[in-house]
Design a protein around this ligand. Structure first.
Ligand code: ADP
Ligand code: MG
Length: 251
């Protein structure tokens, strides 16, 4: 079963009276658990593609299936509900709320989930702050954190809904190389430990090299697909933290 299936998707934007074809006839499918890079130069359609997969935007034509469910034709409320349960987002500029602490930022996506009790909310926030190594910084505001720490908060925020897919739009582009590598390694560890699907965009060769699968886009079209048999990193077997099974059994 594919976690994401895209069939003959086109996306046009209107810029004044000019039509911009941002995506042209995209057909793709990804299996659950992939660590996949969408690579391409600036303006090639990466963000547009992620926004469509993330149900933030809808295609001009074509169909998108998430967990084999057709999401075209759904109302904005239905898409918001799907997003709040299924898809975590990570952005280039972190997009944390500056007046909230790290813990409050992580908690934020759960506030609209009525099925998650306050105690479970707190438990998940603690757990995912711990996963990203920031337990000690729970009370810090974003401006009291480094860029890498901010992106770790954003990763915890994406994970707190226990999504099946995490979408990350150029997650390392605002970080120095070493910090970017650390963030990518953390994402990969989470991908391996929880089998969470990661789809991230990048134009950085070094980031592309860390992906298991690659979709290369240029000028709105797929120009290459790649599968990496062996990942560049040999990760030590991930210990699945005890609290994770607690959280799952609590669901
Ligand atoms: P990337 O993320 O690879 O830089 P984008 O998906 O942002 O590319 O953009 C793809 C193309 O669509 C570009 O030509 C861009 O200018 C255009 N585009 C993106 N968003 C809009 C928009 N809201 N209105 C008009 N054109 C847009
Ligand atoms: Mg972009």
């Amino acid at each position: 079963m594919s976690i994401v299936r895209i069939e003959h998707v086109y996306k046009d934007y209107l810029l004044g009276d000019q039509k911009v074809q941002a995506l042209k006839d995209i057909t793709l499918s990804f299996e659950s658990g992939v660590f996949l890079a969408i690579a391409g130069p600036s303006g090639s359609g990466k963000t547009t593609l992620l926004n469509l997969i993330g149900c933030i935007d809808t295609p001009t034509s074509g169909k998108i299936f998430i967990n084999e469910q057709d999401v075209s034709g759904r109302t904005a409320d239905q898409l918001a509900d799907l997003r709040s349960r299924t898809i975590g987002f990570i952005f280039q500029t972190f997009n944390l709320l500056p007046v909230l602490s790290a813990a409050e930022n992580v908690e934020y996506p759960l506030l609209q989930r009525r099925d998650v009790s306050e105690s479970e909310r707190k438990q998940r926030v603690d757990y995912f702050l711990d996963i990203v190594g920031l337990s000690k910084f729970a009370d810090h505001r974003p401006n009291q954190l480094s860029g890498g720490q901010r992106q770790r908060v954003a990763i915890a925020r994406a994970l707190v809904i226990q999504p099946s897919i995490v979408l990350a739009d150029e997650p390392t582009a605002n970080l120095d190389h070493k910090t970017g590598e650390e963030i990518l390694l953390l994402m990969k560890q989470i991908n391996r430990a929880f089998n969470t699907t990661f789809i991230f965009s990048t134009h950085d060769k070094r980031v592309i090299a860390k992906a298991d699968r690659l979709v290369r886009v240029d000028d709105g079209e797929i120009v290459a697909l790649g599968v990496r048999a062996e990942s560049k990193w040999s990760l030590a077997r991930q210990r699945r933290p005890k609290a994770a099974s607690d959280l799952e059994s609590a669901q």
